[in-house]
Design a protein around this ligand. Structure first.
Ligand code: EPU
Length: 420
């Protein structure tokens, strides 16, 4: 397994261009299953999760090509059974269910398990499919949804932690080919859901209200091929912004959508980080001494859970006490014990982490546990004195395109060490 070797203490300087959003492109690739015509998707990041989704689509009968940031997919003949071994490896692949149900009126996929950040049930996805008239059965590790016909209905998809991103995406996709009108209440408002709806509408779907908690889908008979450019990755942009502040550097982030990042930019401002906006360019630097701030993760437009770990690193470097509360996933604090190896003083109390910031961090070997925890450890390594080795880089390769190259261009001393 590859690792990253980081010699810390160098402020980041320069420009970095943001890639397409992983969490938008995965459901958009799944949506291509809804038509037999060719689809073309641009600004697709070169990530292991994207390649993996390509393999899943191929296993369902698709022809997939990926070149220079463009994915082409055509699914003339669609199979309704997702291969157990592929699907169980990537939780995001659960979003093939909606398109399979929409086009074939049946889907059989392996039940995605929990993961390191929490239990991750799919009860709300299944509730939505059932509301459309599908029968749901679970047997031998597979979940099967099937219907003679899908009928639009009003439904409530809110859950324990608020809305569900992939649940909304899944039900919205199935509903595009249902008869009549589907109204999803407590729908996820994330920009990635809006991007998916824009793609579906370009395919001929009739979806309104996206970006609000009430989404209306008027079913159509069939969808056609479409071409689409994926939105920039707001989580990647936030990660580089925090890295700039953590290393006391100055970084201009190109191609970002600041309008998707209000909660993060507002928190950074409160923490004393200066962000100047010029169109789609954001220049980030410290505006003086950093201040500790409290953070609570929430569904969009709240502070994203996918930036919680990175923000915790920044707070570990900031004198004062910061309380970081995780409201979306129950065990998304795996980075805490690894940050402690670098000298951070963080205590977990229920859903909150109490960060006593300002202690100098010093490099150490650390273990990445999930994608965003890994990003937090990389930022900590960049800011720490000495050398940090971040093991299990495959987590980062799932969601950050060329992270080591992008950071090197910003002046970081970071090397990928291949396992011999
Ligand atoms: N939930 C349920 N029942 C469901 C579905 C979700 O109780 O049927 C709960 C979850 O357990 C969690 C909360 O609802 O407590 C929110 O989960 P959600 O369904 O919104 O998460 P997701 O759609 O599975 C996507 C992203 C995650 C991101 C979350 C929250 C993709 C591929 N994944 O997951 O991204 O953290 O939304 O914004 O889009 C990441 O990129 O590192 C990542 C984990």
């Amino acid at each position: 397994m590859d690792s990253l070797l980081i010699k810390g203490g160098v402020p980041l300087h320069g420009e970095v261009t943001i890639s397409g959003a992983k969490n938008a492109v995965l459901p958009i690739m799944a949506a291509t299953l809804l038509t037999s015509e060719p689809c073309v998707i641009h600004r697709v990041p070169n990530l292991s999760d994207v390649k993996f989704m390509g393999r899943i689509l191929e296993s369902l009968g698709a022809r997939v090509s990926f070149e220079d940031g463009t994915v082409r997919v055509q699914v003339r003949k669609l199979r309704g059974v997702g291969a157990y071994n592929l699907i169980r490896k990537m939780r995001g692949s659960v979003c093939i269910m909606g398109p399979l149900l929409g086009r074939l009126k049946e889907a059989t996929v392996s039940l995605p398990g929990g993961c390191i950040i929490g239990a991750r049930p799919i009860n709300l996805h299944l509730k939505g499919f059932a509301a459309l008239g599908a029968k749901v059965t679970i047997e031998s590790g597979y979940v099967r949804v099937s219907a003679r016909r899908l009928r639009g209905r009003e439904m409530f998809l809110g859950g324990r932690a608020g809305s569900t991103v992939l649940g909304t995406a899944n039900v919205m996709m199935a509903a595009t080919l249902a008869e009549g009108v589907t109204i999803i209440e407590s729908a996820a408002c994330e920009p990635e859901v809006v991007d998916l709806a824009n793609f579906l509408n370009a395919m001929g779907a009739k979806i309104t209200g996206v970006g609000s908690p009430t989404v209306t889908v008027t079913g159509v008979k069939e969808l056609h091929g479409a071409e689409h450019e994926v939105i920039p990755d707001r989580i990647e942009a936030a990660t580089y912004a925090i890295a700039a502040a953590a290393t006391n550097g100055e970084v201009t982030i190109l191609g970002a959508r600041a309008d998707h990042m209000h909660a993060v930019l507002d928190k950074l401002h409160e923490a004393g980080v200066k962000v100047e906006r010029r169109g789609s360019a954001l220049t980030v630097r410290r505006g003086g001494r950093l201040k500790s701030v409290d953070v609570t993760t929430l569904p969009y437009a709240g502070f994203p859970t996918d930036v919680q770990a990175q923000m915790m690193t920044l707070m570990a470097l900031t004198p004062g006490i910061s309380i970081i509360t995780e409201r979306i996933f129950e065990s998304r604090f795996m980075h805490v014990s690894e940050l402690a190896r670098l000298g951070a003083d963080i205590e977990i109390e229920g859903p909150s982490a109490i960060v006593k910031g300002g202690r100098p961090l010093s490099g150490a070997p650390v273990m990445a546990s999930d994608l965003r925890a890994s990003a937090a450890l990389v930022i900590a390594g960049l800011a720490a004195r000495g050398t940090t080795q971040v093991n299990r880089v495959y987590h980062l390769d799932r969601g950050y395109e060329n992270i080591d190259c992008k950071l090197r261009r910003l002046g970081a001393r970071i090397e990928r060490v291949k396992e011999s």
